[in-house]
Design a protein around this ligand. Structure first.
Ligand code: ADP
Ligand code: MG
Length: 255
């Protein structure tokens, strides 16, 4: 059975999408079968994995709102061994459309039955909000991976995220765990960045990955080519650290 990991932080721009694509591609490079589910209406994980918007027939909106079987929405990404369930702007209306619907919190979870055993790792990229879509991803997930940007207000809002996680545990998914906390855009040369890294390690303890992600311009260039960093520039620092992260994730699962 595949491990289902939701990448979440309601703050935008902290590296959720970058980590979803590049951790996914790194796990696939290490021989794992990976599925990415994009649940952000911006569709950045979709375009960043090489999927043309015009080529998308069905997307995650159809799964959540119209009970489309997940299998009908899966397409191959630009990285071998990594598939993706795309998201489009249609998803923007899903919060309202889901409100009156039966079992609205567990639609994604239900759609995963039959798919879970076809993949080793299923990574869910989340929107920068904590609404019904995120409740669906937390209900479907085994664990949550929290990217935290090494900046002054890094810890702000994380209490809310942990509280949402607690609520989903109580009502829908008692076994939900923290997969890990990933420090992103770390600049080891500044005192501020170092201080934030220390604060996050104090707050989350051993849940924080040893691997941290530095700022690397190649990581920000890759998505516009529809490529993961592994395909765009395999010798870059960005590729090296995401491969390190993938190995750390595998080790945490005894692999
Ligand atoms: P989120 O999904 O949390 O909103 P993104 O992954 O889209 O965040 O990252 C926000 C922006 O920062 C993007 O333009 C992305 O290319 C860039 N970025 C992310 N991680 C890094 C990094 N380690 N180094 C440089 N740029 C990065
Ligand atoms: Mg994103």
């Amino acid at each position: 059975m595949g491990h289902v990991i939701a990448l979440a932080n309601q703050k935008g721009g902290v590296g959720k999408t970058t980590t979803t694509i590049n951790l996914g591609a790194s796990l696939a490079t290490l021989g794992k079968k990976v599925l990415i589910i994009d649940t952000d209406a911006q569709g950045n994980a979709t375009s960043g994995s090489g999927i043309q918007k015009s080529a998308i027939e069905k997307d995650v909106y159809d799964v959540l709102v119209h009970n489309e079987p997940l299998a009908n929405t899966i397409v191959p990404s630009s990285h071998a061994g990594m598939d993706i369930v795309p998201a489009t702007i249609r998803l923007a209306g899903a919060e309202l459309e889901l409100a009156p619907v039966m079992a609205r919190e567990v639609r994604l979870e239900n759609s995963l039955s039959g798919i879970r055993d076809q993949y080793d790792y299923i990574l869910i990229d989340n929107p920068p909000s904590l609404g019904l879509v995120t409740i669906n991803t937390f209900s479907a997930a085994d664990s949550i991976l929290i990217p935290v940007q090494a900046e002054y207000y890094a810890l702000e809002g994380l209490g809310q995220l942990m509280n949402n996680m607690k609520l989903v545990k109580q009502h829908f998914n008692p076994d939900l765990e923290v997969e890990g906390v990933l420090l992103t855009m770390v600049d080891g040369r500044t005192n501020l960045s170092t201080e934030v890294v220390d604060n996050v390690r104090d707050y989350f303890g051993t849940d924080v990955y040893q691997t941290t992600i530095p700022r690397n311009v190649r990581l920000s260039e890759a998505p516009s080519h529809g490529l993961s960093i592994i395909d765009y520039d395999p010798k870059s620092k960005g590729a090296e650290v995401y491969m390190d992260l993938a190995k750390e994730v595998l080790a945490a699962h005894g692999e």
